[in-house]
Design a protein around this ligand. Structure first.
Ligand code: HEM
Length: 123
């Protein structure tokens, strides 16, 4: 598999792989003392999980469309700190690694997540 010719969506294992990665991500959040209460407070974590799957699929170049709210609207008023943002990104990197995603691809996802920080932190 070559990074230049294989899409990010394919390298993440398409919808099936992204669903597995998202499951690991939520598990990591629930075990992470820095962010777990944020997700425990969610009224419908299953729906959030489905939307995160769609968000990743669409953002990685897959055919799925995202039916959730944009990042600013989703996180507005939550007063999310830099530390929480880094914790969530760490959980995402660990979820990719535990699902066998290579370093180059993890770096690519890191860049995408990092680019969204202005729409998540203290908005
Ligand atoms: C780049 C980083 C992030 C991305 C891409 C992201 C993405 C998303 C997405 C796609 C949703 C679902 C939206 C919907 O249901 O319409 C969501 C929900 C949520 N996010 Fe984030 N998020 C990020 C960072 C964070 C951080 C740092 C926190 C704080 C710890 C956080 C807390 C939450 C919570 C609590 C929900 C559920 C809200 C609800 O119950 O409706 N997110 N996020």
């Amino acid at each position: 598999m070559n990074q230049a010719t294989t899409s990010l969506y394919e390298r993440l294992g398409k919808r099936e792989g992204i669903a597995r990665i998202t499951r690991s991500l939520i598990e990591n959040h629930m075990a992470n003392p820095l962010v777990k209460t944020r997700y425990e407070r969610s009224e419908n974590l299953e729906r959030v999980e489905q939307r995160v799957i769609e968000f990743f699929c669409a953002g990685a170049g897959g055919p799925e469309s995202y039916s959730g709210r944009d990042m600013l609207a989703t996180h507005r008023g939550m007063n999310i700190s830099e530390q929480e943002f880094v914790a969530v990104v760490d959980d995402a990197m660990a979820a990719l690694e535990s699902n066998g995603i290579d370093l180059g691809t993890r770096g690519e996802v890191l860049g995408i997540l990092w680019s969204l920080k202005g729409e998540v932190i203290r908005v």
